[in-house]
Design a protein around this ligand. Structure first.
Ligand SMILES: CC(C)(COP(=O)(O)OP(=O)(O)OC[C@H]1O[C@@H](n2cnc3c(N)ncnc32)[C@H](O)[C@@H]1OP(=O)(O)O)[C@@H](O)C(=O)NCCC(=O)NCCS
Length: 187
């Protein structure tokens, strides 16, 4: 069993989930606004789902395919959301996913967490590429991708059916060299 990472940013601690987080996960991920623009979050979010989800994290980390961290406030420790990297080791790349609880939106928390995850992916995991996708109807997520330096790569029109409606899927990506150049440019 490998030790999962804990990452720090100025305002946040990104740490492995524990079963005690399940109530907050259910409450926050259960919000319609969070489920509406994500692919994998069930709605309604039933009892037991959060515990089941949390209990998969260690094995997926050990398999080298998934790093899932709780986004928490450094001051006080409140759980704000989730950030993950879905790794494809054979291709040295990962897809980043995230959600932030509605009361904490638009305060820069996702951007801060995503920057730390990029550093972890490129430096600690030696990845070559990290990408992310968002629904066409979710410009806030696209804005996060832009703010962390990801590059727009294309839009698959009507690619997803979400709650009975077609959604475009917008792709962003970042290569390690590009990311490293940005680190040098902005200390
Ligand atoms: C997407 C999400 C993670 C962003 O989290 P956050 O902590 O609010 O993100 P940040 O505060 O770091 O950045 C949000 C940016 O989007 C902008 N934004 C918010 N709503 C917007 C809108 N309707 N149109 C355009 N930009 C918008 C904000 O102004 C901010 O940009 P700025 O700093 O340039 O002003 C959050 O909204 C969320 O969890 N949504 C539901 C789940 C989800 O969609 N997850 C991502 C799936 S791809």
């Amino acid at each position: 069993m490998a030790e999962r990472p804990t990452l720090e940013t100025p305002r946040l601690v990104l740490r492995p989930f524990v079963l005690g987080d399940a109530r907050d996960v259910q409450r926050f991920a259960g919000a319609r606004e969070v489920a509406a623009t994500t692919l994998a979050i069930p709605h309604p979010y039933e009892d037991g789902m959060a515990e089941e989800w949390i209990s998969t994290h260690q094995a997926a980390f050990d398999a080298g395919t998934m790093v899932t961290l709780a986004v928490t406030l450094k001051a006080g420790g409140a759980l704000l959301g989730v950030i993950d990297l879905h790794i494809e080791p054979a291709h040295q790349r990962a897809e980043m996913g995230y959600w932030i609880a509605v009361p904490y939106w638009n305060q820069g928390y996702c951007t801060e967490a995503a920057c730390a995850m990029l550093h972890y992916g490129f430096v600690e995991r030696g990845l070559h590429r990290i990408g992310a996708t968002h629904f066409g109807s979710n410009p806030a997520s696209g804005r996060v991708m832009q703010k962390i330096g990801m590059v727009y790569e294309g839009r698959l029109r009507d690619f997803i059916v979400k709650w009975g409606r077609f959604e475009d899927l917008v792709h962003y990506g970042l290569l390690r060299d590009q990311w490293a150049a940005r680190q040098t440019a902005s200390p």
